[in-house]
Design a binder for this molecule. Sequence first.
Ligand SMILES: [Zn+2]
Length: 405
Amino acid sequence: MRGLDHREVETIRGKVLLPSGDAEEMCISYTSTILKISRTCGEAEEMPRKTLIVPGGIDIHTHVRGAQLSYKETIETASAEAAYGGVTAFFDMPNTIPKIDSPSRVDDRLREFEGRSLIDYGIYSGVPRSVEHVEAIENKPVAGFKIYPEDLEEENSDVIQRVYRSSKLKILHSESPKALAVQRSIRVASTWMELAPLYMARGRIHVTHITSYTAILRALSQGFTTDVTPHHLLLDTESGCMDKVNPPFRGPVERSLLWKALDKVSCVASDHAPHTLKEKMQPYDHCPPGIAAVSFTVPFIYTLAYRGIISFRRALELVSLNPARILGLDGVGVLKPGYRANITIIKFDEWRYMTRFSKTVHTPLNGFRLSATVYRTIVGGETVFSEGDIHGRYPGVNMLDRASR
Ligand SMILES: [Zn+2]
């Protein structure tokens, strides 16, 4: 933990979702770390009725923007939106401007995050241009490498082969580079193009925003982990720029199979990808793909648990425990003494989802009916969101930097 912890001990009492998946009336005492979880305690802040204390959400795939893309979103606005959605750690993709693909750009990006994030974070590097750069980045506190379809154009290059051999996590956007070149309507029907890169990939691979059932089975058979996004579970087709996204929606049949696979995928990720309204108002062929809803995932998954579609144990696996395991993070992902006090308090209430703090106000998920909302979000023992308001002094730390936790 960060230096000497002078924070006063706080204690909350309420229904707690334990690692077993059982919910029991308990007290949690914490500073920046969870100190004790017990059935009885002295003075404690009582949580309201119909709330559930759960481990903080971990989003393995987000585009936080910032730097030259700050007009779309900043670390401050993205982390506020995430806190509002019960996410206590998010992991940022490297397709910023400039692209994060060299040791010095990794350092710059990590410096940019320092003191600006309300929640904990980590960054991925893109595929660098040389083997030497892969080796230098491997020794830095990054979550891993992101592999895009265009990186696979030279499947046999020394660099990509060296990335596959790295012990770091590789997040794979599994579409053949050919998929990007074909007409969008053809791409929609070409789920085989999602399969092709899986046969080539090896090592510690996480296949992100997977959209086809066959690809999920293939990834599992190769020992890879997978995630699915809420928007691929909920939407069938693109109606225009607002819901234009990569990979594209695959239609009602493939979407219904994704629901069938919800007990097979490792986790759920938002792929939060904000663009301005002006950019999304461009003609369809020119508008950028991406849906921004980092705050949707945790309330959505606990809505599914509340409605009995998945178990509460499965909910905590999908948004907390499994992302922590995939990223190799210890000390987060469940509520346990000695773990970092990253805690989300869910309130079961009917409401219509709306983004709140992101610069992006337009998302096809706005207006979607949910049964769970976020009452409070605690990061490293500090309340960063509570009852509708953002608080806190940017306590987020790099989760890959053990010295800062
Ligand atoms: Zn993405």
